[in-house]
Design a protein around this ligand. Sequence first.
Ligand code: PNS
Length: 161
Amino acid sequence: MSLAVCPGSFDPITLGHLDIARRARGIFEEVVIAVAHNAGKSYLFELEQRVELARAAVAGLDIRVAVVEGLLADYCRDVGATAIVKGLRGGADLDGEAPMAVVNRHLVGVETVFLVSEGSHAHIASSLVKDVARHGGDVTELVPPAVATALTTAFATGAQQ
Ligand code: PNS
């Protein structure tokens, strides 16, 4: 059984992430979206909500969502991952991703497979989506519907401004 792990912070999941996970499912028999939790990092959405939003986004797609507590490499070894799958929107992504791919392979031998993002998703990043939403912009074409609602709620309270 081939298993792809699609890791990330998913703060929040975007249509770009979703496209990569769906395309990974076209190659691998199983796909897990692995939501990483880094205690030293500050997120807009708590871990539980990032997982919940990812689960809503993949409903009916035969893609699972799990939490990675520690090292991604250890998680991949423990679940018997065939490969890590990540999307590349451009050269800057590769610059950031290449060292992580090398480290993960050195740690447990897991390979990283890169899929080139659709041109229509090349501009979509979680950080950008949050910035647009924070200032009241329309993110409905950038994220799944539940995420758009969650962003509106998060910024409507004023607590995250
Ligand atoms: O969506 P992001 O924030 O770009 O994803 C980065 C992520 C979560 C994939 C990376 O930080 C990660 O793998 N974190 C888990 C901890 C870990 O294994 N760190 C070493 C990476 S080489």
